[in-house]
Design a protein around this ligand. Sequence first.
Ligand SMILES: [Fe+2]
Length: 161
Amino acid sequence: MKNLEQLFIHQLKDLFSAESQLVDALPKMAKKATDSKLRKAFEDHLEETKVQKKRIEEICKEFNVSPSGEKCKAMEGLIKEAEHFMEEVQDENVMDAGLIAEAQRVEYYEISGYGTAVRYAKELGHKEVAKKLQETLDEEYAADNKLDKLAETRLNKAALS
Ligand SMILES: [Fe+2]
C-alpha cells in the first residue's frame, strides 16, 4: 500500500468481507434467539447488512476494484466465538443475553471500521462515498442501541433470576 487511497480500498474490502460473513452468521443467531424481539432485531439487521454489503459493492465499482479478495480475520474470529457460545449454552435466558453480547462486539467492530472508512473518504475528497458509508455507520450505531435496550430491559434481568 503506497497511499491513503489504497489503504481506503483495503478497508473497504475488509468491511465487505466482514459484512459477507455476517450475512451468513445472522440467520444462525436469529434461530438461536429465544426472545421474539431479539430474533426480530437479528432478522432486521440481516436485511440491513445485505444493503450495507451492496453499498460497498457500489463504491468499489466506482473505484473500479473488486470488493472481494480479502478475508476479514477479525470478523471470522468474532463469529467463531459466537458459534462456540451458541453450542455451549443450554439456558434460554443466558443464550439471549450472550447473543446480545456477541452481537454488540460485532457492531463495535463495524462501527470502528466504518468510522475509519468515512474519515478516509472525506480526507480523499470522496464526499458522496463518505455519505454512503456514513449511512451504514448510522445503521450500525442504531443496531447497537437496539441491542443495548434489549439487554437492559429484560434479558439481563431474566438471566439473573
Ligand atoms: Fe454491517
